[in-house]
Design a protein around this ligand. Structure first.
Ligand SMILES: O=C(O)CCC(=O)C(=O)O
Length: 298
């Protein structure tokens, strides 16, 4: 079995900011700015900083429209803020997610924006799978009451570090997005800003992160909000970094925290030659998956 020829990429040093977000947007943005400064004080050689899902607003279906903004480096408050933050600190920034207002359709999306070191917007992902669940005695949440779904799988280029894929939270339950990033973009990692909760977090958070890592033999990075028991939604916390072998290499607790890790892409060829599933895929026998029937929900 031959080794896949991956270009020699640089290890990526990352910092995940596990933060809580309250009702005041300016306070939330200031909290981000302060934690970016703190992360870079602790580790000045950090290449990339990642924020959680919904870092500038409460995570609540009835609040998304009120907090939504257009995505525009010129006119969007949070887009401008993130762009300046990336540029002034000379870091890549995976900007968690924000409620986005599409000024043409008037629809709201749960959208993640990624910036390069010059503050250029290099990636935008609209959450493709909306979190509509109803667990008796657990949690009921219906994003589709106010949000619309995005309609594409996303992957971006981080210059000398290579390509990453990106999904948002519930997107992690659909292995196709990660597989597309690996197959189409040769991504070395999948990033998911994600706000699991105290019901589904203990059930599936680690399992899903490790599954996507093992499926694709790449890194999986999850950045959660901190848990805030005074808010209506109790985020799980436990921001996580999983290596291409499915090992958890860094994990946060439940409070606000900065989690550091290094993603070394030289691990990928080693893992892929040891257990060669990446080369053994049988697309000749599963090429009709996308067109197969969808069972009715009820
Ligand atoms: O999939 C889950 O259990 C949680 C998903 C979620 O909280 C979200 O998509 O925001």
């Amino acid at each position: 079995m031959s080794l896949i020829k991956l270009p020699l990429l640089k290890p990526l040093k990352i910092a995940l900011l596990q933060l809580s977000a309250g009702a005041n947007k300016q306070t939330n943005l200031l909290n981000v700015e302060n934690h970016v400064a703190e992360a870079l004080k602790l580790r000045p050689d950090t290449d990339l900083i990642m924020l959680p899902e919904c870092f500038n607003s409460p995570y609540a279906v009835d609040k998304f429209r009120e907090y939504s903004e257009v995505v525009s480096v010129k006119d969007g408050e949070t887009t401008k803020f993130l762009s300046n933050l990336a540029k002034s600190n000379n870091v890549f920034l995976v900007g968690g997610s924000i409620p986005e207002l599409d000024p043409v359709s008037n629809q709201i999306y749960n959208t993640s924006l990624t910036f390069d070191r010059n503050g250029e917007l290099i990636g935008k992902h609209r959450k493709a799978h909306l979190f509509d669940i109803d667990i008796k005695g657990g949690i009921r949440f219906k994003e589709s009451d106010s949000l619309s779904p995005g309609n594409k799988a996303s992957y971006f280029n981080l210059n000398e570090f290579g390509n990453i894929g990106l999904g948002i939270c519930y997107d992690i339950r659909f292995p196709e997005l990660a597989a597309i990033a690996q197959r189409k973009a040769n991504a070395f990692a999948m990033f998911y800003p994600g706000a699991f909760n105290t019901t589904t977090g203990p059930l599936h958070w680690h399992l899903l992160a490790r599954s996507r890592a093992v499926d694709n033999q790449f890194f999986v990075v999850l950045c959660s909000p901190a848990r805030d028991l005074s808010s209506s939604y109790h985020a799980y916390g436990h921001s996580l970094v999983v290596d291409p072998n499915g090992n958890i290499v860094a994990e946060a607790g439940t409070d606000e925290e900065i989690l550091f890790a290094e993603l070394d892409p030289s691990l990928l060829p080693t893992v892929r030659s040891s257990i060669p599933i990446t080369f053994q895929r049988r697309f000749d026998i599963y090429d009709d998956v996308a067109s197969s029937y969808t069972p009715a929900a009820n």
